[in-house]
Design a protein around this ligand. Structure first.
Ligand code: AHR
Length: 659
């Protein structure tokens, strides 16, 4: 819906090529009859990391923060309340019961005949509710007095305390049980709360309180936020890299991502702190935890749902080198390698295997078809190479079919980078993951970075990139048009070199408007809405116009990578039999270009061109003006072997012509 709302303001301007009047254009040749290289089906993908409240408080649709009282501060997000003169004697307990997934529970004891007493949850910077939509509330509770069945009143309230809907859970018995009711708020509210109350005298003990919209992605119970997944699906990504990023590494090894703790019954997944919580002191989010409701099974399912290859990244025995750099002793590395082997079994193994059986029991007997895996995230130094070697030999011996992604470190040049590359070439690595968070001018300058890369040896995975007009985590930094335009120019260079660069993903993907740590990000959201940035539309334009193989676009026999402020690449889509031309104009002026096509001539036709443009390089998509920059569709008439085309200043253009 959001996607529809935002763009395709279709401009049916039928521009006849001979009507274009601008300064004389020198000829650009598109060599349609010379296939250069195949475009990998997973060329343009996405990188999901649980940063900026991307998982809990974001795409994972749970609306209750600290639903099982398992945060370090067990009542974080909760407050004891009473209403209408109610009184209480309330406690937090730890049962130590090894048979229960949660040891902690609260005991609400309402001591007065009048009014009510209980708890209120603030959600993730509020609870986002939509008028008349259904919300499924699940409470795991028991009666605090074993002789009397107890009742609870649950209510959704707005920020003034006005009740938006309420319901009663009655007949709560002395044993732990799950109780479920549906609530339907009478108005939309982005910062509502949930109250759980005992009315009159009574005692109820509660282990977990959970609230999900009924409308989740594919209607899955306890699933994902459908508007956010839809935006990802609309990009048609070739792969999903998950779950990080530095999340994989942890600040120290204890807080690293361990996939085995994120599968099986969500209620039994052990919660840990999110390492981004206080990373940036000026963007501190001490209430940031990982419930793992979105765990590895759900990541695989998400990838499958949106037609993308799963690309899990695993810890390689190293914690984040920007934090503790804690290392696992080489002699203790085996369990880490075993995790990698077991993950392949979880994804691809027969249902009779230990991990394949778990996958089947979770609802997916068919394999997930895992083809690749990352060993470490942004690691560097000889410690990395030493550990990777061990992973490499174990994994290649048992699973030669799985391609391994290796690290080029945190920056796209320098000593660490060169050292890793030299070593990884010697090891004949499958893929090297290069990261670049750089200025827009770096991206423009590097649009021809890969033209001179060796054609043999490891392939490139541009696993994390974004143009930053300002420093990282700068609150005033924006996903502005300047950054998106620079990324688009750079991406023409990635596409032109797709024999070497075979996978690419922008980073980070998602950010909560009120709880982010890292800025800029591809998609911003609050508790009700999502705003795709101009950078999102650039990614979408490239991914939805991938084509099957590249052909050369040349001016004066040279690739077009910045000369006269133009960047260009072209592919042929074998299925639709179209040539796809990508043209980026970074000058503020309208520019006319004359194209001549060799090897094919076009029948007279109305071709379509998707355009992103804005005169103002500081323009961005805000919550109050979310569709400021979006894709417009222009039509133009084409025939014969040549085309005179005029493209707007500061624009990204994707032209498709039927062959
Ligand atoms: O994308 C944000 C962070 O940037 C990632 O976690 C890390 O890999 C990189 O340093």
């Amino acid at each position: 819906m959001i996607a529809k709302r935002f763009f395709y303001s279709i401009i049916s301007c039928f521009l006849f090529f001979n009507l274009v009047r601008a300064q004389p254009a020198s000829e650009i040749k598109v060599l349609l009859n010379q296939r250069v290289s195949a475009v990998s089906t997973s060329m343009w993908g996405i990188f999901f990391e649980d940063i900026n409240f991307a998982a809990d408080g974001g795409i994972y649709a749970e609306l209750i923060k600290n639903r099982s009282f398992n945060f370090n501060d067990p009542l974080m997000g909760w407050t004891w309340i009473n209403k209408d003169g109610g009184k209480g004697d309330n406690r937090l307990y730890n049962s130590g019961d090894m048979l229960r997934p949660n040891k902690r529970y609260v005991r609400i004891q309402s001591t007065s005949d009048n009014g009510s007493n209980g708890l209120s949850n603030e959600g993730f910077r509020g609870i986002g509710l939509k008028k008349d939509a259904g919300y499924r509330l699940t409470v795991t509770a028991r009666s605090g007095d074993s002789n009397i069945a107890a009742n609870l009143v649950v209510e959704l309230v707005d920020s003034t305390g006005k009740v938006l809907d309420e319901n009663q859970i009655s007949g709560i018995t002395k044993d732990w049980n799950k109780y479920e009711v549906i609530l339907k708020p009478i108005k939309t509210d982005a910062s509502a709360r949930l109250n759980v109350l005992v009315k009159g005298k009574g005692v109820v003990e509660i282990e977990t309180v959970s609230l999900f919209p009924v409308d989740t992605w594919k209607g899955r119970k306890n699933g994902l936020r459908s508007d956010l997944v839809q935006l990802l699906a609309d990009m048609k990504p070739g792969f999903v890299r998950f779950p990080g990023g530095c999340i994989v590494e942890g600040r120290e090894l204890a807080s690293r991502y361990q996939w085995k703790k994120t599968v099986g019954d969500p209620a039994e997944r052990e919660l840990i702190v999110n390492r981004w919580n206080t990373e940036f002191k000026h963007r501190s989010t001490p209430d940031y935890f990982q419930s793992f409701g979105l765990g590895f099974y759900e990541y695989f399912l998400l990838s499958e749902d949106i037609g993308a290859e799963p690309l899990p990244i695993l810890n390689c025995g190293m914690a984040c080198q920007y934090n503790t750099s804690e290392l696992v002793d080489m002699k203790d590395l085996d369990p880490y390698i075993q995790d990698a082997l077991d993950l392949i079994e979880f994804a691809n193994g027969a249902v009779a295997t230990q991990w394949g059986k778990l996958r089947a029991s979770m609802g997916h007997p068919e394999p997930f078809n895992l083809k690749m895996m990352g060993v470490g995230n942004e690691q560097w130094g000889p410690q990395y190479i030493e550990r990777f070697k061990k992973f490499n030999s174990a994994l290649k011996e048992k699973h030669p079919e799985i391609k391994l992604i290796t690290s080029a470190g945190p920056s796209p040049e320098g000593d660490r980078f060169t050292y890793l590359w030299d070593e990884l070439v010697k090891l004949n690595a499958d893929f090297v993951d290069e990261h670049y968070y750089q200025t827009p001018s770096w991206f423009l300058k590097n649009a021809s970075r890969y033209d001179a890369y060796p054609r043999k040896g490891p392939k490139i995975f541009a696993g994390e990139y974004a143009a930053h007009s300002k420093g990282q985590a700068d609150p005033t930094s924006r996903n502005n048009w300047e950054s998106a335009l620079a990324e688009a120019a750079f991406m023409t260079g990635l596409e032109r070199n797709c024999d070497v660069v075979q996978m690419c993903s922008y980073a980070p993907l998602l950010a909560h408007k009120d709880a982010w740590q890292w800025n800029p990000d591809l998609i911003w959201f609050d508790n009700l809405n999502a705003v795709p940035t101009p950078n999102y539309f650039v990614q979408k334009l490239f991914a939805t116009n991938k084509g099957s193989y590249t052909v050369s676009v040349l001016k004066d026999k040279e690739v077009i990578a910045g000369k006269d402020s133009i960047y260009a690449s072209a592919t042929i889509d074998e299925k639709s039999k179209e040539v796809i031309l990508k043209l980026v104009n970074i000058s503020p002026r309208k520019t006319s270009m004359k194209f001549s096509f060799t090897g094919e001539s076009f029948k007279s036709q109305n071709a379509s061109m998707e355009v992103l443009k804005n005169k103002d390089l500081t323009a961005w998509n805000s919550f109050s003006n979310p569709s400021n920059i979006g894709i417009e569709l222009q039509k133009l008439k084409v025939s014969g072997r040549s085309l005179l085309l005029s493209i707007d200043g500061n624009s990204v253009n994707v032209l498709r012509i039927k062959l």
